[in-house]
Every structure is written in C-alpha cells, then in structure tokens.
Write a protein that binds this ligand. Structure first.
Ligand SMILES: NC(=O)c1ccc[n+]([C@@H]2O[C@H](COP(=O)([O-])OP(=O)(O)OC[C@H]3O[C@@H](n4cnc5c(N)ncnc54)[C@H](O)[C@@H]3O)[C@@H](O)[C@H]2O)c1
Length: 273
C-alpha cells in the first residue's frame, strides 16, 4: 500500500497511454487518484478496443475519451470535453505514448522503412507538440500547471536495439524544452520529461533483447532500475505544487544509471576468472 499525501487535491488533468495494468500511465493514474487528482483517461481508439481501460476508469472514477494523439481534431475534442467534464481548466497532463513500427516489425536501424519511421515520429514525438499546442491555443491549462512526457536515455546515448525510437525521444525532449519556454513565459505552466529505466510494459518488451537490456541496467545502477510505480511517484511530485519552478528539464528516474561508467556487478560479468 502506497502512502498518500493529498498532493493533488483539487487538481484536474488528462492521462494519456494507459493500455493495461503494466502501463506506466495506468500506475500513474492510480497514484494520481490516491493523491486526490481528478482526470480524464485517453488512448488511441484502437487500443481501447481491448477494453481494459474501462476497469481503470471505474476504479478511479474517471471518464475515458478516445483520441489518436496524431489527430489535431481528436485532441481538440479531447481537451474541450475534458475541461467540461472536470469542471474547469487543467492542472496536469501526462503524455505516455510511444510506438515504432520499425521496432515492432524488426527492421534494423540501417534498413528503415521511412513511412514507418515517419509514423513512429508522429506518434511518439510530434504528438507531444500537438497535445501542447491544443492546450495552449484553447487556453486550457491553469497557471502553475504541469506537463510531463516520458522518455528514455537512448536520446543521449547509443542503445542499438532502441532503433528509431532513439531519434523520436531526442525530438520529444527537444519539444519539451521549446514548447516549455512559451508555456512558461505565457501561462506559467511547466514542461518536463522523465527519462525512465527500462520497464516491463507492452512498449518496453517490444524492444529486441529487452531482457538483457533490463538486467544490464539493473546491474549497472546503484539503486537498481526504477519501477513503473517509482515513475508514477516522481510524476505525482512533478504535478504537485512542490516542484513549481522545475521546468525545461529532462529528469532521470533511473537508479543512477545515466551517470555510471561501470559497476562491480558488470565488471564481475565481463572479467574472466
Ligand atoms: N517501458 C520502458 O522500458 C520505457 C522506458 C522509458 C520510457 N518509456 C516510455 O513510457 C511511455 C509509456 O510506455 P509504457 O512503457 O507504459 O508502454 P505501454 O505500451 O503500456 O504504453 C504506450 C501507450 O502508447 C499508446 N499509443 C500508441 N499509439 C498511440 C496513438 N496514436 N495515440 C494515442 N496513444 C497511442 C498505446 O496505446 C499505449 O497505451 C512511452 O513514451 C515509452 O516510450 C518506456
């Protein structure tokens, strides 16, 4: 049982990307609910056909609105309806959306099918710009609101099997800074990305060699891999009033991995006798 501090009492928002109980967005929605936040859940129409999101909606007293995050029209509808349903402007947004067809179909980075690459960029990175532009133009965020997107360290360092998602994450992090400037200047809203450890979810497990990936990161990190619940808790802190002037940041939630060179555990594995 997680502790609850009422950190998000009276706050309203939208949570994108809860697919199943492993999803980082699913666990975040549960934590935000425990902390007193109210929200609308959204996912792509195709993801909702599996129906699991309705269980989460019931559990958290939320409504679900389908939106393909690449569609400006869907996002416009989602933002307007969310403000209506929740009874006021929004305080927090979680963008927890990622997808690469090249990854899914096992196409090497050196053999991209570019219409798949483009689709992946649109879903995984441009969608964040579209979400923020829709919120900005509709003046749908309250002052001192907080917007968070999830990313991975392949934006800075090479992880070969992460494929074109590495480039998508680099763009996502750049969009967070660029839009974060205007959102800060004009609306006092903060925008950050959380760079999360490898986490066993549908998207995570889709990356080739994921088991090796996750156990390597575990052995490399002094605190071990951050779990989906750790990520949910960090997101709650960023949605709360305790982090009001943290913005334009890419924040590592990774047990220390990003600043490691090598650990004893990894040395033991690669040293003969
Ligand atoms: N799992 C990891 O190892 C890991 C590590 C770092 C960052 N992340 C990031 O965390 C975020 C959440 O992923 P997850 O690991 O919880 O996996 P997940 O598969 O549970 O979530 C991905 C979500 O993206 C949604 N999505 C895909 N296309 C969409 C579209 N067109 N419109 C709207 N939604 C769409 C999916 O329906 C799904 O809910 C992603 O941005 C992912 O890249 C994951």
């Amino acid at each position: 049982m997680t502790m609850s501090y009422n950190l998000l009492k009276g706050k309203r928002g939208i949570i994108f990307g809860a697919l199943d109980p492993n999803s980082i967005a699913w666990i975040t929605a549960e934590r935000v609910h425990e902390e007193g936040g109210k929200f609308v859940l959204s996912n792509a129409p195709i993801a909702m056909r599996m129906g699991q999101i309705n269980e989460l909606a019931e559990k958290t007293g939320s409504q679900v609105i389908a939106a393909d995050a690449t569609s400006e029209e869907d996002l416009e509808n989602l933002v307007k309806k969310s403000v209506e349903i929740l009874g006021g402007k929004l305080d927090f947004i979680l963008h927890s959306i990622g997808m690469s067809i090249n990854v899914r179909k096992g196409r090497a980075y050196t053999d991209q099918k570019y219409d798949w690459t483009q689709k992946g960029t649109d879903v995984s990175a441009m969608s964040f710009h579209k979400v923020m532009q829709t919120l900005y133009k509709n003046n749908a965020m309250n002052e001192w609101g907080s917007i968070v997107a999830l990313t991975y360290m392949a934006a800075q360092r090479v992880f070969p099997d992460y494929n074109d998602m590495a480039d998508n994450k680099a763009l996502l992090e750049s969009i967070a800074r660029s839009f974060g400037y205007f959102f800060g200047r004009d609306k006092n809203v903060r925008v950050n990305t959380i760079s999360q450890s490898p986490t066993p979810t549908t998207a995570g497990k889709g990356v080739k060699g994921f088991d090796g990936f996750i156990s390597y990161a575990e052995k490399m990190s002094p605190l071990g891999n951050a779990t989906a619940l750790d990520c949910a808790n960090y997101t709650v802190s960023l949605f709360s009033d305790l982090t009001k002037r943290v913005t334009l940041q890419n924040l590592f939630n990774d047990g220390g991995f990003s600043n490691m060179g090598v650990s004893d555990a990894v040395m033991d594995m690669v040293t003969e006798n």
